[in-house]
Design a protein around this ligand. Sequence first.
Ligand SMILES: C[S@@+](CC[C@H](N)C(=O)[O-])C[C@H]1O[C@@H](n2cnc3c(N)ncnc32)[C@H](O)[C@@H]1O
Length: 547
Amino acid sequence: MAPTAPSGTAFSTGPHGRSLIATRDFTPGSLIATFSSPVLALPDGPSMKTTCNWCLRVGSDENFDPVSLKACTGCKAAVYCGANCQRAHWKSGHKTECKMFARIRETTGKEWLPTPVRALAQVLMANDKATRDPFDGEDPLEGNVDEFKADEQVWSDFELQAMAAMTYSGVYMNEEGLAVARKYLCQIQTNAFNRLDADTGMSGIFLDSALARVNHSCVPNAFIGFDKRTATLRAERSIKEGEEITISYIENDKPKSVRREGLRLYHFECDCPRCVGDLDVYQVAQASPVISLNSFSLQPNLSRIQEPAIDRSGISMKEIENICKAVYEQTKPDQDNSIEAAQARWKLCKPLVKAKMWAVEPLPTTILLLATNWQGSYKWVVYALPLVCFLATHCDPYKLVAPFMSWRIKGVMIITKLLALTGELTSSGELAQRCTHEGIVGVLAMADQITMCQALLHIVVYQGSVGAAEDWAVPKEAKMMLKDLESLPGRENEANLVKAWAKDPENPEAKAFYENEVLKPVNTLASFAPEILEDVLVHGQGLVVRR
Ligand SMILES: C[S@@+](CC[C@H](N)C(=O)[O-])C[C@H]1O[C@@H](n2cnc3c(N)ncnc32)[C@H](O)[C@@H]1O
């Protein structure tokens, strides 16, 4: 049973092997296809107890829409958000997997398996065509087996994983069986997507044999989103009929050597324009065909994206690569977001700071980690606001030019939530006690923070409607917050002005209103970020009072 190409697309073959091409035009943000019957869809091993093992919803309290999870009474290892999911998983293979997990607990005391081992065990134990054909059928998944074989370390890791999966699943072990199991692991590694949950950061793997035909580019024209057991493929920019559809398999805003390392297990040398020209994020952004979509965003000044205020003269791509390497060596494996770690990273990033190349990694991640740290701190939370305003105006629009990308939408939502907090602190008179930065206190005292929140929520709702799944939690939450704010008594006038702007943002009056009431305070707050970072990360003595 070979996979079929979704409507609006066709399979083809080209220089990068089999591929998916568009058979009609797609506009930026539009849905190309959904993939709801994956061959494999499972949470990462350690997340097995916190994620529904069928629909992959996360049961965390931090979620906007939390779910309670119940363990399977047989193995107690898999958990589900309801009886329907449990039944569906049972029918699709948990019946045999359940016995396997019970055996594992008896013999090892463990309640989960490493993700590739569990995925492989599921394939080995499956006896349905839908699961076996993608691996063994007429038109099997690419596995790059010979290339994997040439990598001694990976090949011996695969041997261990294959033996574990064969032992746990009770599949008879011999040399031939081991070779087959290793081939399956190569196919899983080559074709399964890391299913990152946009809201919780939890991950797992997702393998669909039609989606697996999509090749990689570091300047892709499409992107994948995940929602429960469904993957959605959307256009990141306009795609014309006949054009190959590409996605990025890795974080494509990193320097070339880091991208290469990320692609190592896919066994090809990327020949996209970003790699061939060794372009940085600013150069890629400058050439982006979706710059104009930013007119309804926090960076509506399109010339800032076309001609960024950076000074590339004092820093080479080689130096950027070296900074990246040094920072990653320091932070791996568990991205430490302490002040001390940020100070060490900041020191390494100094040439990027000097060049004002704020959007070049690892600078934005360094700022983000600090902002995330501060958001959870009573003492520092107010100072997180200038940092997230800075990220949304000076980093994100260059890293991801399309304003409907989930990362950009989330950045705007974080600003909104921090403004909701500072708004309360301002009206209770507490802000000046919580924040010694006179500039921040002054801007917030002058600003109408409710109006700012309303405008930002409109951006979240609109951009969410362009490029996200209808029931993605972030725009859903934004809609509810917007409704609450719009019903505040005595603010009808302000609410109407925001609504008029959201309806017709190009209207000169509406534009002036947005610039004065929203962009000006956001940009002023953002302008404090470099000095705050310098105070904390270089002088390390807390913040000095600034006007
Ligand atoms: C998920 S598969 C994509 C479909 C694949 N081309 C096929 O024929 O099945 C990933 C593999 O496709 C190939 N591939 C993907 N993107 C590529 C690119 N930009 N250049 C060369 N090969 C690529 C590599 O062999 C990679 O390991």
